[in-house]
Design a protein around this ligand. Structure first.
Ligand code: SF4
Length: 66
């Protein structure tokens, strides 16, 4: 799993950090950022929930092909 956050789209609503706090946090400006070394989601099933919870669709979760 690979997670991307479009910081141009993120409005800092914080839903991602609330939903999957093991993977997402908020930076000093309140925008979503990934906890270091969790760019792969760390096997956390809540990552997809967090992507769905984002009100502006700023989180993209992709699976590597194969
Ligand atoms: S839920 Fe979406 S808008 Fe809110 S902080 Fe996370 S990425 Fe940004």
């Amino acid at each position: 799993m690979h997670i991307e956050i479009d910081k141009d789209v993120c409005i800092g609503a914080g839903q991602c950090a609330l939903t999957a706090p093991r993977v997402f946090t908020q930076d000093d400006d309140g925008y979503s950022t990934l906890i270091p070394d969790r760019e792969d989601g760390a096997g956390d099933p809540m990552v997809r929930e967090a992507a769905r919870a984002c009100p502006v669709g700023a989180i993209k979760v992709t699976e590597p092909a194969g």
